[in-house]
Design a protein around this ligand. Structure first.
Ligand code: GDP
Ligand code: MG
Length: 328
C-alpha cells in the first residue's frame, strides 16, 4: 500500500505552513469523514456487504459523488478480496489508497497556472454569484505578487452586481495591485479592453479579470464571455491563458452541476474550490474530477489573504483522511 505509507511518512507530525493550512481548512471534513469510518470499523466485527453499504453512504455523504463512490468501493472490495482482509480495522489504508489512486491514475493533471512564455498572461475568473470569484482574485493576486514576484493588474469586469467593483478595489488596495474599473452597469468587455491596454503599457505580467455570474440568464452570460474572449484575443492572441471556474464547495453536488453547465458555455481550464473550510463534505474534489476531468488548481481554505492554496493531492487526502492515517 504505497500511497498510504508515503503520506504517513511524509506528512504525519510534520508541520509546514502548507500542511497547517490544509489540516486546519479541512478539519470539519476530516473529523466527520474519518470519525464515521473509524466508528464503522468499531461497529463491525468483520467486513461484509452491510459494511460496504455503510461505507458507500459515508462516501456519498462526503460529497464524493455517486459514480465515483461506486468506483472506489468496487476497487476497495477487490483489494480486500486479494489481501483476504476480514477485520475492518485493517481497511483504512486501502480506503485512502484507492481514493488517491483513482484520482491520480485516471490522468495526470497540472495544477500550475499556465503562464504565457513571454508577455502578458490573462486569467478570466468565472462562476455564479457568491461562489468567491472576487475574493479569490484578491488572494490569487497576492500569491502571484508575493510568491512569483510578478506584476499583477486586476479588471473589475463584474459591472452587474452592486458593490462588486468596490469589493475588488478593496482587495486591490490590500494586496497592492492596480485595478481598472468602469461604471456599475457598464460594458464589462470595455473594462477588460482598458485593462489589457493598461497592462501592456505598464509592462504587467498578469491580468486577472473579474466577471459577473448570472447563470439564470445563460444566453446573456455566454454572449458576454464570448465577447470578452474575442476582445482578449484581439490584444493577446493566445489568451485567455486560463479560465478559472470558481465553485463554492459548500454547495455540494449542486456546485458540481453548475460546473458542468459552465463547462458547456465556455472553455474552463481549471477549477478553484472555495470555502472548503466551511464544509464537512470535502469529497467534492473527487466528484469534480470524476464528472468534469478538469483540474482543481486551487482551494480556498478561509477568508484571509493567504488562505488560497495550490491544490495538492497528498495534502488534500491527508487533510481529509487525517483520522484514518493517524489511527493505525
Ligand atoms: N470561509 C470562506 N469564505 C470564502 C472563501 N472564499 C470566499 N469566501 C466568502 O464568500 C463570500 C462571497 O465571495 P465573493 O468573492 O464576493 O463571491 P463572488 O460573487 O463570486 O465574487 C464572501 O463573503 C467571501 O468572504 C473561502 O475559501 N472560505
Ligand atoms: Mg464578485
Amino acid at each position: 500500500m504505497g500511497f498510504f505509507k508515503d503520506i504517513k511518512e511524509k506528512l504525519v507530525g510534520k508541520s509546514t505552513k502548507q500542511n497547517e493550512k490544509y489540516v486546519a481548512g479541512l478539519d470539519k471534513s476530516s473529523s466527520t469523514f474519518s470519525d464515521r469510518i473509524n466508528e464503522l470499523a468499531a461497529r463491525f466485527r468483520e467486513i461484509n456487504d452491510e459494511y460496504f453499504e455503510e461505507l458507500e453512504n459515508i462516501l456519498i455523504m462526503a460529497d464524493v459523488g455517486v459514480s465515483m463512490v461506486m468506483k472506489i468501493v468496487s476497487e476497495i472490495k477487490a483489494e480486500v478480496r486479494i489481501q483476504n482482509i476480514t477485520d475492518p480495522r485493517e481497511i483504512n489504508d486501502i480506503i485512502v489508497d484507492k481514493m488517491f489512486v483513482i484520482y491520480a491514475n485516471e490522468s495526470v493533471m497540472s495544477t500550475k497556472i499556465n503562464y504565457a512564455p513571454e508577455g502578458l498572461t490573462v486569467i478570466l475568473m468565472v462562476g455564479v454569484n457568491g461562489a468567491g470569484k472576487t475574493t479569490t482574485i484578491g488572494k490569487l493576486a497576492h500569491r502571484i505578487v508575493h510568491d512569483e514576484g510578478k506584476k499583477v493588474i486586476v479588471a473589475a469586469g463584474d459591472t452587474f452586481r452592486a458593490g462588486a467593483i468596490d469589493q475588488l478595489a478593496v482587495w486591490a488596495e490590500r494586496v497592492g495591485v492596480d485595478i481598472i474599473k468602469g461604471k456599475e452597469g457598464g460594458d464589462p468587455s470595455a473594462v477588460v479592453f482598458d485593462a489589457l491596454n493598461r497592462a501592456k503599457e505598464t509592462g504587467a505580467d498578469v491580468l486577472i479579470c473579474d466577471t459577473a455570474g448570472r447563470l439564470q440568464n445563460k444566453v446573456n452570460l455566454m454572449n458576454e464571455l464570448e465577447k470578452m474572449n474575442r476582445i482578449i484575443k484581439r490584444v493577446v492572441p493566445e489568451g485567455p491563458h486560463e479560465t478559472l471556474l470558481v465553485v463554492d464547495a459548500t454547495t455540494g453536488q449542486n456546485g458540481v452541476s453548475q460546473a458542468i453547465e459552465f463547462s458547456k458555455i465556455t472553455d474552463i481550464t481549471g477549477i478553484v474550490l472555495t470555502k472548503m473550510d466551511g464544509t464537512a463534505k470535502g469529497g467534492i474534489v473527487l466528484s469534480i474530477k470524476d464528472q468534469l476531468n478538469i483540474p482543481v488548481k486551487f482551494i480556498g481554505l478561509g477568508e484571509q489573504v493567504d488562505d488560497l492554496q495550490e491544490f495538492d493531492l497528498e495534502q488534500y487526502i491527508y487533510g481529509l483522511c487525517k483520522g484514518l492515517v493517524e489511527e493505525v
